[in-house]
Design a protein around this ligand. Structure first.
Ligand code: BEZ
Ligand code: FE
Length: 298
């Protein structure tokens, strides 16, 4: 009899642990064996949140399978130049949230950062100040972008690297149209002069849809969202002894500033593109870097 009670109690303990109420903590407990403390923290929190999500929406078998199919298709859409998982993260606001968590420091007075995006290509050609980054004429509006790179005290930073890239008047980045645009069209690296100044000639960027022929585009349509980004120029700015900055400058006249599909717009990053006497648009965009003596120029 004593043996029988023990067996029944033992079975019940297993059942409770693996019931809807007990399963989450059972998985979390098993992850307790993870030796890397950060991996343990991340996996345990991920498990708790994932289980809470399934419980909250009462996830059905079919919905679970649809989710698996969606993630499979997302992975299958990735290749050397297409990263569908980053697009998913971008459109869910996760990329912007991670950027805010790690790089937002309003007290530093530095220029606000925003997401890198998938079209950055390292090692853009070095160009001289005042040069053009246009290597292919697609009828875009002639534009000059100029500004000064400073630190938070207002001191200009000489020798800072300003790495820029943006799309053509057709809406596409050079990397998206390898058979059409030269690979270095509309991108380049500049070095600020002794007074911290940079300047380049280009064409006005235009709003564009993010790649929408994959599962993320389908999800945007299924959820009644558009796929457009507000017009912008990307910038990576770095200098010795300063925290590197990845940001954009947005065109104040662009559509989609209020509804950028990847949540990248910040008020402080919006600038005017004002025509001068001969009709060339002038965008003045100063950049403030945060001093950080540990940072070495890349
Ligand atoms: C971009 O700005 O280049 C970009 C960012 C996120 C998704 C797609 C494009
Ligand atoms: Fe972009």
């Amino acid at each position: 009899m004593a043996v029988l009670i023990e067996i029944v109690t033992g079975e019940r303990a297993v059942t409770d642990r693996l019931s809807e109420g007990g399963l989450t903590e059972e998985v979390v407990a098993r992850l307790g064996a993870t030796s890397d403390p950060r991996l343990r923290e991340i996996m345990q929190a991920l498990t708790r949140h994932l289980h809470a999500f399934a419980r909250e929406v009462r996830l059905t078998d079919e919905e679970w399978l649809a989710g698996i199919r969606f993630l499979t298709a997302t992975g299958q859409k990735c290749d050397d130049v297409r990263q569908e998982f980053i697009l998913l993260s971008d459109t869910l606001g996760l990329s912007s949230l991670v950027d805010l968590i790690n790089h937002s420091d309003v007290e530093s007075m530095a220029t606000e950062p925003t997401i890198l995006g998938p079209f950055y290509v390292p090692e853009s050609p070095w160009r001289d100040n005042f040069d053009s980054i246009v290597e292919y004429d697609d009828g875009g509006e002639p534009t000059i972008v100029r500004g000064v790179v400073r630190d938070a005290s207002g001191a200009p930073i000489a020798g800072a690297v300003v790495d820029v890239w943006h799309n053509a008047a057709t809406g596409f980045y050079a990397v998206q149209q390898p058979d059409e645009q030269p690979p270095t069209n509309l991108r380049g690296r500049f070095r600020t002069d002794d007074e911290g100044r940079y300047e380049f000639r280009t064409v006005r960027p235009v709003p564009y849809p993010i790649p929408n022929d994959g599962p993320v585009g389908q999800l945007l349509r299924d959820t009644g969202r558009h796929e457009w980004r507000a017009a912008h120029i990307h910038m990576k700015v770095s200098a010795d002894g300063c925290t590197p900055l990845t940001t954009h400058v947005f065109d104040r006249e662009s559509d989609y500033l209020d509804s950028d599909t990847v949540f990248g717009v910040k008020e402080s990053l919006i600038a005017d593109f004002v025509p001068d006497e001969d009709g060339t648009l002038i965008c003045v965009y100063d950049v403030v870097l945060r001093r950080d003596e540990g940072s070495v120029h890349p």
